[in-house]
Design a protein around this ligand. Structure first.
Ligand code: ATP
Ligand code: MG
Length: 504
């Protein structure tokens, strides 16, 4: 076995493990200068990935491959989300660069692994040695050949030996890298993010090609919608943007939407609204010196995405509009969203925005759309853009995502109101129509509630129900705790009663 002192087996020493990383093949066809720039950026991105996966680490990028030493178990998962890598393999042993030592270590490590299977030995060498790569392949190949068959074309196991100066690294397991180009080498763009399946996938495809992104979200549907979109954006920011700190620009579209409903012919609402979003992304993009706008539009997917409509919308943008999903089917998009990790959240992003009654125009003439849009005073839009909120997505903590959305200060029409106080207090006073449930019972039955309703919970202080509302939100319900508990609610009830009396 590998008891020879000359073999350092990283796993046995401490918790530290060594990973060897190959660059994506595309990098090697670039010019030397471009390659150097790409490599520097890639190492910076890898550093960010390792930092966010915790633990100590070191990176050695002196060779044609990158060597990472780390004790973090999360490292391989993080590395598999760095664009520009083709494979990530764990190094099984580091031995002196001597033919004998390599063959002995290789045999000890891999004889069991190749038994009864087909295999190949591949070796790469740089530096001065009294042997050639071929000698390693032949000798280690022969040593392993007892109960296994060599197959150089399509082996079940590939044993790799990388020899650099005085060290040789042995490894087999390959985890595929995600490919693409290092994030940051292809400039910057803004992505219009709506949180549905499409726009996060479109954004991801741009990230994969090395474009850093900030996100623009036009909120048409309130807090619950925003929370869902922030969560989707956070998946892209935390998991797929190593080497960059993306921001989410949240623009409150209530003002522009009201103006649109008041002035624009309903058939044109959809397309004019989309023009307003393009204008928003253009304005924010200009500030950020972005080169382009990215959207999740796919030809013909919905009525506003006919070719004619896309053409009618386009002139509102002052930056090029990129639509990486143009040729994708919905099923392909959802499959990708699953791999990226946004699918489950996107599925929950209900159609928060239901602005269009009846049939929207499907073949809008550019001039007609522009004429409709010109009925609007665009200063409403400027105001909305100017007062946008900018979120540093990486800095947001899961609790930040939930907390601001847990409390409500009103009871929306049609909401199910649940009183979680003891029976006797409920009998003294409760919100008209409120149902009484014990909080433990509600927690137990959480999954069986009607998903189409909005829930407002209250208790004495609003604290226990805040916890319940958070649980419910995690399950995908729209649920809130009334701020200030029963006292806050009574004040609210009195105000409403007062307002009704005043109106009468
Ligand atoms: P998605 O699945 O991304 O929600 P969709 O199929 O629902 O898209 P549309 O609603 O027509 O299609 O939107 C097309 C694109 O316009 C989206 O992919 C997104 O890039 C952008 N967009 C739509 N709504 C918003 C919004 N509220 N805020 C920001 N961008 C939006
Ligand atoms: Mg949508």
């Amino acid at each position: 076995m590998a008891s020879d002192e000359s073999i350092t087996t990283p796993r046995s020493g401490g918790a530290e493990r060594i990973w060897i990383i190959r660059y994506a093949a595309e990098l090697s066809i670039k010019s030397k200068r471009t390659q150097d720039g790409f490599r520097r950026r890639l190492i910076r991105n890898i550093r960010d990935a390792l930092r966010s996966s915790g633990g100590e680490f070191s990176i050695d990028g002196r060779w044609g491959r990158i060597l990472v030493r780390t004790s973090s178990d999360q490292a391989p998962a993080a590395l598999s989300r760095v664009f520009g890598l083709s494979s990530i393999s764990e190094v099984d042993a580091v031995v002196p660069a001597e033919l004998d030592a390599i063959v002995r270590a290789g045999e000890a490590l891999y004889a069991d692994r190749v038994r009864g299977r087909t295999y190949a030995v591949r070796a790469k060498r740089s530096g001065r040695h009294p042997f050639r790569s071929r000698d390693v392949m032949v000798q280690l190949g022969a040593a392993l050949n007892r109960e296994a068959t060599v197959d150089l074309d399509d082996p079940e196991v590939t044993v790799n030996v990388d020899i650099r100066d005085d060290e040789a690294w042995l490894f087999t397991d390959h985890q595929q890298g995600v490919g693409g180009l290092p994030l940051g080498v292809e400039g910057h763009a803004v992505a219009l993010l709506s949180g549905g399946y499409d726009s996060p996938v479109a954004a991801w495809l741009m990230l994969k090609r090395g474009v850093t992104l900030d996100y623009v979200f036009c909120n048409l549907g309130g807090d619950a919608y925003e929370r869902a979109v922030v969560q989707v954006a956070k998946i892209l920011a935390d998991g797929w943007s190593y080497g960059y700190r993306p921001r989410l620009h949240v623009v409150d579209f209530q003002g522009p939407l009201d103006a649109l409903r008041e002035r624009v012919t309903p058939r044109y609402w959809q397309v004019v609204l989309k023009r307003l979003m393009y204008r928003t992304a253009s304005a924010i993009g200009a500030e950020l010196e972005a080169q382009a706008i990215v959207t999740g539009e796919a030809i013909g997917q919905v009525s506003s995405q006919t070719l004619t409509n896309l053409r009618a919308i386009e002139p509102a943008a002052s930056l090029p509009v990129f639509r990486p999903l143009l040729g994708f089917d919905k099923t392909e998009i959802i499959a990708r969203a699953e791999r990226i990790g946004t699918a489950a959240l996107s599925a929950r992003v209900k159609e928060y925005c239901a602005i269009a009654p009846g049939k929207p125009v499907t073949a809008a003439k550019e001039e007609a759309v522009a004429a409709e849009e010109s009925k609007l005073d665009l200063s409403v839009l400027d105001a909305a853009i100017a007062s946008r909120r900018v979120l540093d997505l990486r800095a947001l903590k899961p609790v930040d995502l939930v907390a601001p959305y847990i409390f409500t200060t009103e009871i929306p029409a049609g909401a199910a109101v649940i009183d979680c106080r003891p029976e006797e207090q409920y009998r003294l006073w409760h919100w008209p129509g409120a149902e009484r449930r014990d909080d433990w019972e509600l927690a137990r039955d959480l999954r069986r509630l009607d998903r189409d309703r909005t829930y407002v919970l209250y208790c004495a202080q609003g604290v226990q129900t805040a916890y319940l509302a958070e649980l419910m939100q995690r399950e995908g319900y729209e649920a809130y705790s009334f701020k200030g508990g029963v006292r806050g609610l009574r004040r609210y009830a009195e105000e409403k009663a007062g307002a009704r009396a005043g109106n009468a």
